[in-house]
Write a protein that binds this ligand. Structure first.
Ligand SMILES: [Zn+2]
Length: 227
């Protein structure tokens, strides 16, 4: 379950350490009212991020997913009902991915290109199913642990210990445990993170922008490129 392990197939976790680029990723939305509030913070800062959405939540609030996409953020597939795919049958894995793709396409008018397995749970056939659906599997190299930490300062402290540059950063604008989950601490931490790292010369990209820059950058030889 290690997010950076390549044992079960190639996934993308970020650019080589030391890059001055970071990618904020938010899982388990759309989540009312926290996703719209996060979008306001990101808009004020002029930052685009990547949102790995749960298909059943997209069906519930498609207009939030559409607003996220229309604001220039990237939408990724995080399955339809957020099961741990390690314990799912191959048919269930395919259905979870394709049902989420349909929910996203119905909401935003186009297919997602990126996939993140719930809980980071993956097997070779999970990655193959994602690839067969035209999706690149994206993990992370820095985790906010925002599901267990009490406040924004703790989340920020946890991330600062892990950030060396180049990371895809795992945060949550929602929760698989329920709709309407309070993410005020995550939102405050995300805003503060952007301000602090920008002051140090870092740039915030979507995962798609990071992937394109890693393909264009010949120094990215150590990067685990998706297949
Ligand atoms: Zn999740």
């Amino acid at each position: 379950m290690s997010p950076v392990s390549q044992l079960y197939g190639q996934t993308f976790t970020g650019l080589p350490p030391g890059s001055r680029k970071l990618a904020l990723t938010f899982d388990d939305g759309p989540n009312d009212p926290w996703t719209p509030r996060l979008m306001e913070v990101l808009a004020r800062l002029g930052v685009s991020a990547t949102f790995f959405v749960i298909g059943s939540y997209v069906r519930r609030r498609p207009e939030i997913a559409k607003a996220v996409a229309d604001a220039g953020h990237e939408i990724g597939n995080h399955t339809f009902s957020h099961p741990n795919l390690i314990f799912a049958s191959p048919a269930a894995v395919q259905r979870e991915i394709s049902d989420c793709q349909l929910a996203i396409a119905d909401a935003i008018g186009r297919q997602a290109q990126l996939f993140r397995p719930p809980f980071g749970g993956r097997r070779p056939d999970v990655l193959r199913a994602a690839a067969a659906a035209g999706l690149k599997t994206i993990m992370w190299r820095a985790s906010s642990h925002d599901w267990s930490l009490p406040d924004a300062a703790a989340i920020l402290g946890k991330l600062r210990k892990q950030i060396r540059g180049g990371e895809a950063i795992l945060m949550h604008d929602g929760s698989h445990l329920g709709f309407g989950w309070d993410r005020s601490a995550t939102i405050a931490a995300a805003g503060e993170l952007v301000r602090r790292y920008r002051d140090q010369g870092y740039e915030f990209l979507t995962v798609g922008e990071m992937l394109r820059s890693s393909c264009a950058d010949t120094s990215a030889g150590q990067t685990s490129l998706p297949r």
